[in-house]
Write a protein that binds this ligand. Structure first.
Ligand code: ADP
Ligand code: MG
Length: 594
């Protein structure tokens, strides 16, 4: 291997290398030029794009501008139009406002005027109204006043009418008849009770239509329809107090010297015992003290109240209680040897004075209404009772309480002396009777029958003859309070056997009572008092000179129509009786007039 390197080769190699380098450089230049051209191309492209974009943008902007200009133009046109319209509106509104202001002013003026007018009108109306109201009020007050006056006058007239009617009744010697229609009662009148009546039978067909009339109005039997008039009629709503108010005056009469008899008549269950004695309230909440007092306790209270107003010890009251049972008079105050209460049989006699008497009848002094009721309650247990179809506790006897008032009033005695002296002066006779019609009747009786029965009881006539001294004989008047047995027919009470006898005795005694009234009404010479113990016992009250009040008790329902009609008929008959006027025991005026 040569040690020396050829220079040419080196040069050649270097030239080759350089050429190679050159070629690669040239290639690189070529590449770069290509790249440059490409970039130029891309740049041109970009420029082109850019120019196009700009042109488009410019175009778009130009269009936008144009559009905006158009819009602006139209908006401006619209605005200017609006402005002109607004100006026109402004003009209009200004005109309207002016008109409004004109109207407002006018309105204000007119409303002011109107207000003034209204004010004056109101004042005038108020004046008128207050005048009218005052006038009306004055008129109303005057009317009310005259109404009150009329009412008062009406009351007074009614009172006067009642008094006149009563006086007329008394003058005529009529028997006073009151009627009480009791309420419909569940036990007696409603279906479902032991007597289970049909519904139509529970209809009220007997009604108190006013103070003095009872209407019987039954659609089923119009032939029976009728109006009955009595001195006083009480409806179902009338209380025990109302009923008593109407008889209260008789108590004053009793102390004024009249004999008085109050008698309850009616069928079983019609309210006789309720009216005369009273009964326990049937309200479920009623307490024992809710006893609804009847005429007897109320009359006793009133009597003792009236006596308490008289001088002390001037009056004494004795009481007897009898029942007429099976046509026998039983003394209910009598006691047996052991002191037990038993009904002792007594007789009724007619005394020499023509009055009826029960010899040996037991009398008890009583000092208060409580004592009266205590005695009555003690003897009521003895009274004959038995259940009937219409009443679980039917009284089978006539129950008679008699209060005999003995008056030792100095006033009465002084008056009696004065009157006797006056009579002696007028007649110039000293031994004749001066007392009462009954005394005159007695005198005539005495002259025809000198043998007279002795009077054992305090009830004997207060006109003994001859009278050695008036001041020695106290004045006696009696109050008889009678609760009769039921007036229904035998069939109605549904009794049989021994009770049938009881019922027929009741019927016969009540028929006898009716007969006596009939005889008195027709003024027959013979009055059959003695046909029954009841009429014999009550002879003086029925036909004598006592003030007699019959209290008819009637049931309102159709079921009891026949019985009610019978009771009402009895009352009507009793009203026709004209007896001698009731006679006051302590005055000779009536005697002198006769
Ligand atoms: P009478 O004695 O006629 O057989 P009562 O007096 O015993 O009849 O009356 C029968 C029932 O009717 C009793 O329970 C009584 O309380 C009642 N009664 C009667 N009348 C009335 C009335 N006016 N108000 C309220 N209840 C009455
Ligand atoms: Mg009774």
């Amino acid at each position: 291997m040569p040690l020396f390197i050829n220079r040419d080769q080196i040069f050649a190699h270097q030239v080759h290398l350089l050429e190679h380098k050159l070629r690669s450089k040239e290639e690189h230049i070529l590449e770069l030029e290509t790249e440059n051209a490409l970039l130029h191309l891309r740049l041109a492209e970009c420029f082109g794009k850019l120019r196009r974009g700009r042109n488009e943008e410019i175009h778009a902007q130009r269009q936008k501008h144009q559009h905006q200009r158009k819009l602006q133009k139209s908006t401006f046109a619209a605005l200017s139009k609006l402005l002109s319209e607004v100006q026109v509106l402004k003009q209009d509104s200004r005109g309207i406002f002016t008109v409004y202001m004109g109207f407002a002013k006018e309105l204000e003026d007119q409303s002011k005027q109107l207000f003034e007018c209204v004010g004056t009108a109101r004042n005038t109306i108020q004046d008128h109204q207050s005048n009218d109201i005052q006038k009306f009020q004055a008129r109303l007050a005057a009317l009310e006043h005259s109404l009150q006056e009329e009412k008062q006058r009406c009351r007074e007239e009614r009172q006067k009418r009642m008094l006149l009617h009563n006086s007329l009744i008394e003058l005529r010697g009529n028997i006073r008849v009151h009627c009480r229609v009791r309420p419909i009662l569940p036990f007696y009148d409603r279906p479902g009770s032991p007597t289970t009546y049909g519904s139509s039978l529970c209809e009220a067909v007997v009604q108190a239509i006013n103070d003095d009339s009872v209407l019987v109005n039954c659609a089923k039997s119009p032939a029976m329809n009728k109006i009955f008039e009595f001195e006083r009629v009480h409806g179902p709503e009338d209380s025990q107090e109302t009923v008593f108010e109407e008889v209260k005056a008789l108590l004053t009469s009793l102390l004024d010297g009249y004999n008085v008899c109050i008698m309850a008549y009616g069928q079983t269950g019609s309210g006789k015992t309720h009216t005369m004695i009273g009964s326990q309230s049937e309200e479920p909440t009623a307490a024992v003290q809710d006893f609804q007092q009847g005429i007897i306790p109320k009359a006793a209270t009133e009597l003792f109240k009236l006596i308490s107003e008289k001088p002390a010890d001037s009056h004494t009251v004795e009481m007897s209680v009898v029942e007429v049972y099976n046509n026998e008079v039983l003394d209910l105050l009598a006691r047996d040897e052991d002191g037990a209460a038993v009904g002792v049989k007594r007789e009724v006699i007619t005394t020499s004075t023509g009055t009826s008497e029960v010899p040996c009848l037991t009398y008890k002094f009583v000092r208060s209404s409580a004592e009266v009721m205590q005695l009555i309650n003690s003897v009521l247990k003895l009274r004959a009772h038995s259940p009937t179809l219409v009443h679980m506790d039917s009284s089978r006897s006539h129950f008679i309480v008699t209060l005999t008032v003995t008056s030792k009033s100095p006033d009465a005695l002084a008056l009696a002396c004065k009157l006797q002296n006056a009579r002696q002066e007028v007649r110039g006779v000293s031994q004749k009777e001066w007392w009462s019609p009954r005394c005159r009747r007695a005198a005539s009786l005495r002259s025809s029958s000198p043998t007279s029965s002795p009077c054992h009881s305090p009830c004997h006539s207060p006109c003994p003859s001859p009278r050695p001294s008036i001041t020695q004989t106290p004045l006696k008047t009696k109050l008889q309070l009678v609760d009769l047995a039921g007036s229904e027919c035998v069939g109605m009470s549904g009794v049989t056997g021994a009770a049938l006898w009881e019922s027929s005795c009741i019927n016969r005694s009540l028929s006898a009572l009716s007969d006596v009234l009939g005889a008195l009404a027709e003024q027959r010479p013979h009055v059959p008092y003695r046909n029954s113990k009841l009429t014999h016992l009550l002879q003086d009250a029925i036909g004598g000179d006592a003030k007699l009040l019959i209290l008819l008790c009637v049931s309102p329902t159709q079921h009891f129509l026949t019985e009610s009609l019978q009771s009402l008929g009895f009352g009507a008959r009793a009203r026709q009786v004209q007896r001698e006027p009731p006679c006051r025991k302590n005055t000779t005026l009536k005697i002198n007039q006769n």
